[in-house]
Ligand binder design. Structure first.
Ligand SMILES: C[S@@+](CC[C@H](N)C(=O)[O-])C[C@H]1O[C@@H](n2cnc3c(N)ncnc32)[C@H](O)[C@@H]1O
Length: 454
């Protein structure tokens, strides 16, 4: 299984010989090791659901806390050093670092992600917990209060996603949260609140955005109450210490080095390891998926705010900004392979495939952005320190995009050496592609690219 070189040769995956030889040479040059037994269940978020802190906000694009714990252990980071995650998402890295006694710095272009990551990796005192408890006791009484019905017409961005009763209750909770004076408790409440929005809506995230799914939640107050009780119970069992908290900023990781310098100054510690999972080149649009939370949490006011955020994200989705970019020969070549395969697909289906036509530009944009961000990682790390990148290969029209090998190669260009590529499990692709190109079910992989700063 997973023999990339065999598959490339057997199925004639690439037409460009130079590209084919290059990919094979990378696969031979890098130490590619199989750790599927250890990691196969650790690269997705599902195991986090029942774990303290990690389960607060369901972030389907996240990885597991156990994977981060293992990588922190392998990095041999000391307490004089901090962990960095340039794509911190729901804060898995920062929380795990904090619970293991390390400061952590996260960056995420999504302001809600940065906010949740900060809140989850913060330190809370006994008195914060007392105030938390008092406020939780007030939740069951929210429906007894004589609250004027909220005019839902004032919420055009989100109204269509909810039943009126659920939205009324959600907004009542939100207004209650705004009255909480203790900022840390208010943040915990807000995090709990953001975490229940999907379940209380008539939508479900499906990677590419939101699909219709009627909410099973009938009593939003009670649902929120249960959520806050579980957050409280986690905080009672285990707490981040004040000398090992996390911090996250909402920005593009194209500015990572700047934030690392500020954080080093603030904590008087040095960067010890970088651990992250970037968006994959798989066309998923995070901002479509999280737009309900962004709007109801006041992170955006209009759809143009959403667009501004999307335009600054790594171009991993087809609606990303498409500019003509000056990219490396091999990135251009793989984009061209896809471009050249489009006419055949369109002749089989008999119609224009507008989405796939945008993929070559997306691939170029993706690696263009990732090279710059990997360079920021190199600039941020002292010599000998490691950067762990958890990434999926993807495929379009039967062409494998060997993301792990390419990130290794781009890393080498900006000051890293590739220590190893650890195969964690098979990666999936669409049923449609598997039908046409059955070899994909055996070839695609999810791996950890381990880079060492030279
Ligand atoms: C795969 S998710 C990371 C999930 C995270 N490891 C976790 O466990 O929650 C990738 C993240 O990258 C963020 N992102 C996309 N483009 C970015 C950019 N240019 N700079 C910083 N973050 C970005 C997305 O908002 C998303 O949260």
């Amino acid at each position: 299984m997973l023999n990339l070189i065999e598959n490339i040769n057997k199925y004639d995956i690439y037409q460009n010989e130079k590209l084919k030889d290059f990919i094979i040479s990378l696969e031979k040059k890098y130490p590619v090791v199989d750790e599927i037994e250890l990691f196969k269940n650790e690269v997705n978020f599902s195991k986090n659901a029942s774990i303290a802190y990690h389960g607060w906000f369901k972030y389907r694009e996240g990885y597991s806390h156990a994977l981060v714990r293992e990588l922190i252990k392998r990095s041999r980071i000391t307490t004089e050093e901090f962990v960095i995650d340039p794509f911190c998402g729901s804060g898995t890295t920062l929380v795990e670092a904090a619970l293991n006694g390390h400061h952590g710095l996260g960056v995420d272009i999504n302001p809600m992600s940065a906010y949740i990551s900060r809140v989850k990796s913060n330190n809370y005192s006994d008195s914060d917990l007392d105030i938390l408890s008092e406020n939780i006791d007030a939740i069951p009484h929210l429906n007894e209060e004589n609250i004027e019905p909220i005019d839902l017409e004032e919420f055009p961005l989100i109204r269509k996603y909810f039943k009126d009763t659920n939205l009324q209750q959600l907004l009542t909770i939100k207004f209650y949260i705004q009255t909480i004076k203790n900022q840390k408790v208010k943040d915990l409440f807000m995090t709990g609140f953001l975490s229940i929005i999907e379940d209380c809506s008539d939508r479900k995230r499906d990677g590419n955005g939101l699909k219709k799914a009627v909410s099973k939640v009938e009593d939003v107050y009670n649902y929120f109450y249960q959520k806050m009780l579980s957050i409280q119970s986690d905080l009672r069992i285990i707490r981040v210490k004040s000398d090992a908290t996390g911090w996250a900023v909402s920005d593009s990781s194209l500015n990572l080095k700047h934030h690392v310098d500020l954080y080093s100054y603030k904590t008087q510690k040095t960067p010890g390891a970088i651990i992250f999972s970037p968006p994959y080149a798989n066309s998923f649009d995070y901002f479509e998926s999280y737009k309900m939370e962004l709007a109801i949490g006041d992170f955006i006011e209009t759809t143009s705010d959403l667009k501004k955020l999307r335009d600054r994200a790594v171009r991993s989705f087809v609606s990303g900004v498409s500019l003509s970019l000056d990219v490396d020969y091999y990135i251009e070549a793989i984009a061209q392979e896809i471009e050249d395969s489009i006419p055949e697909k369109e002749s089989i289906t008999g119609r224009k495939d507008h989405r796939t036509r945008k993929v070559p530009k997306m691939i170029k944009g993706y690696f263009y952005d990732m090279k710059k961000i990997v360079e920021q990682c190199a600039l941020s790390l002292p010599k000998g320190k490691k950067c762990y990148i958890v990434v999926d290969q993807s495929s379009y029209l039967g062409k494998i995009i060997p993301t792990d090998l390419f990130l290794g190669y781009l890393g080498e260009e900006v000051g890293f050496k590739v220590s190893e590529i650890i195969i964690c499990r098979r990666a999936k692709t669409s049923g449609q592609q598997i039908q046409r190109f059955p070899y994909l079910s055996e070839s695609l992989r999810e791996s950890i690219v381990v880079l060492e700063k030279l």
